[in-house]
Design a protein around this ligand. Structure first.
Ligand code: ATP
Ligand code: DNN
Ligand code: MG
Length: 212
């Protein structure tokens, strides 16, 4: 059984990297609460709905977003288009009580929330360690090393890396050996995500004894 902290922030090396899928796995596996503080592209996209659909959990596992913007773009621009401004003081970490809390970012670590305000500032404001989702294939070494460097430079604790996609043993080995950050899980590419038993998938992917 994975040893994950009670509360953590799921970020990634890019947008569309699998943060929501990995969040859903963690929510199912830990029976956790889920919070996406900033959602863009809603409607129609809402990661909270995706996690709820994938996990089948009730409304009591979900906190409402602090900001939802219509345009499917970076939060700083999406906010500006709606004459809104995102400030750190707007965010208060919801109380998940005894449950785990999974907080999902939008895009990668240096996505702007406003001028001179980045996702990393929100992570520090919430005082959460980061679980970093990356892809498995070509290009991931550069993106993951950059992300790890950004976190280390800002003193943000890293829970570990989750590699999402088809197995690539060399990259998985290099990711952890060259960063010194533990590889917590490899999540395989799944043809039909809705048909997955997420709890079982979480247990197998996050198994510390798994052979990667
Ligand atoms: N392991 C996987 N197997 C199959 N499909 C996947 C897997 N991981 C992610 N996907 C698909 O890839 C797409 C992007 O994934 P996801 O929505 O989780 O990205 P994200 O990092 O949360 O993006 P955003 O920055 O918008 O929040 C989705 O269509 C998702 O269903
Ligand atoms: C709309 C999208 N799915 C994400 N939620 C927002 C991604 C912002 C990425 C900005 C960037 O890095 O260029
Ligand atoms: Mg997402």
């Amino acid at each position: 059984m994975a040893n994950l902290p009670r509360r953590f922030f799921v970020s990634g090396t890019d947008t569309d990297i699998g943060k929501t899928f990995v969040s859903a796995l963690c929510v199912a596996g830990l029976s956790a609460m889920y919070w996406k503080p900033v959602q863009t592209g809603f409607p129609p996209d809402r990661d909270r709905d995706t996690v709820q659909r994938l996990t089948g959990l009730g409304d009591d596992h979900f906190f409402p977003e602090r900001f939802c913007f219509k345009e499917p773009i970076s939060p700083h621009r999406a906010a500006e288009k709606e004459k809104s401004l995102i400030r750190l003081e707007d965010f208060v970490l919801p109380d998940s009580g005894d449950r785990h809390l999974v907080v999902e970012g939008a895009g990668g670590l240096l996505v702007p929330l406003a001028d001179h305000l980045y996702m990393t500032d929100l992570i520090r404001h919430l005082d959460l360690p980061v679980l970093l989702v990356c892809r498995t294939g070509l290009g991931t070494l550069n993106h993951t090393f950059l992300s790890v460097e950004a976190l280390k430079n800002r003193g943000i604790p890293i829970v570990g890396i989750v590699a999402n996609g088809p197995l690539h043993r060399d990259n998985l080995e290099d990711l952890t050996r060259m960063t010194g950050v533990p590889l917590l899980a490899h999540v395989p590419f799944c043809d039909d995500m809705q048909k997955q038993d997420l709890k079982a998938l979480f247990d197998s992917c996050f198994d510390p004894e798994a052979d990667r």
